[in-house]
Design a binder for this molecule. Structure first.
Ligand code: 13P
Ligand code: SF4
Length: 329
């Protein structure tokens, strides 16, 4: 898109934002031109915190569905809009409360089986029945009804702290097997993991790390905990998207290999112009995060699309799980 068109769209959006007393929140994986008009860009934890405390009438959430749902759960009196209806997280659809999830015919890149694999007909209620009394930690990358059935939420930034805050020596951790296995390495508790995964991070292999290191021998490897455990084990630093921003800013290193969705490179480069950032793989692109465009944000303001409202009977228990997380981290 020519830069004059981008500037024109951005101006139209900012005008409507003022008129509607709205705030634009954007995840670190959003398109550059979307990040540039947001009031706040952050990781899942930071965005949840913001959504709970904002003083505005409307939140336009540039991210994926579960993030806008969390904003609606935490701020029920505000109008929450998700500019793209189909901006969904496939990982969030890998666990359902009481109906079987769609059967996957293949597990791309699934060479190392997770600690526990549940058959596709398994539901969250089945696993709760199998481990009665064991607390359920739901990654925020879950639908609102799954959060409502869980004891507490977590993000990639606080998973270990959340697990350690719970009574007993066992936890059920859903739905990301990689995040769960990473957490298991960093706690003494037994972690019962689901076998969900993010297909953007799951595709990274140890060979990719070796190749990137050979190409950039002076660089440190920073990986997101949604990557496979064997990738995390050989990385120099493992953290959430905003954790990567903090690490890059405070580190004395000059060169970094970044193992997460490519959208993060925009902020990394903008905030650290004197440092170099290389993607761990050039195809780490989340198609759902990229669905939101300036045009869809403009349409959201003009047509109030798409309204995200979580029904009260789900919102109340889901909020309890999110509030518990926000209290401890
Ligand atoms: P964080 O920004 O919380 O690290 O999450 C990454 C992610 O994949 C969100 O969908
Ligand atoms: Fe979901 Fe992965 Fe996309 Fe994050 S990057 S929204 S976990 S598919």
């Amino acid at each position: 898109m020519p830069s004059s068109e981008i500037i024109q769209l951005q101006e139209q959006i900012l005008k409507l934002k003022e008129e509607k007393r709205a705030i634009i929140l954007a995840h670190n994986y959003q398109r550059e031109e979307v990040q540039d008009i947001a009031d706040f860009v952050g990781d899942s934890l930071e965005l949840s915190r913001k959504a709970a405390t904002l003083d505005c009438e409307m939140i336009v959430f540039c991210g994926v569905n579960f993030m806008a749902e969390s904003a609606s759960i935490l701020s029920p009196d505000k109008t929450v809009l998700l500019p793209e209806k189909e901006a969904l997280c496939p990982m969030a659809d890998m666990i359902h409360v009481d109906s079987p999830r769609p059967v996957r015919k293949s597990f791309p890149g699934f060479e190392n089986p997770p600690a526990f694999v549940f058959p596709p007909e398994f539901t969250l209620r089945d696993i709760k029945r199998q481990y009665p009394g064991v607390p359920v930690v739901a990654y925020v990358n879950t639908t609102a009804d799954v959060k409502a059935e869980s004891d507490i939420c977590c993000t990639s930034a606080n998973v270990v702290k959340v697990i350690e805050s719970l009574p007993g020596d066992e936890v059920i951790c859903i739905p990301d097997k990689n995040l769960s296995m990473w957490a298991a390495r960093n706690t003494k508790k037994k972690v019962i993991a689901w076998d969900g995964y993010c297909n953007v991070h799951e595709r990274v292999t140890v060979q990719d790390v070796a190749k990137a290191r050979a190409e950039h021998p002076a660089a440190v490897v920073v990986a997101h905990p949604e990557c496979r455990i064997e990738v995390l084990e050989i990385s120099d630093h493992v953290t959430s998207t905003s954790g990567m921003l903090r690490f890059a800013a405070s580190s004395s290193e000059r060169e970094f290999i970044i193992g997460t969705e490519l959208g993060l490179l925009h902020r990394l480069r903008k905030e650290n112009p004197e440092k170099a950032f290389h993607p761990l793989r050039k195809d780490m692109i989340c198609p759902n995060m990229k669905k939101t465009t300036l045009k869809s944000i403009l349409r959201a303001f003009q047509e109030n699309t798409y309204l995200i409202k979580v029904p009260q009977h789900i919102r109340v228990p889901a909020k309890r799980a999110l509030d518990r997380m926000l209290e401890i981290s």
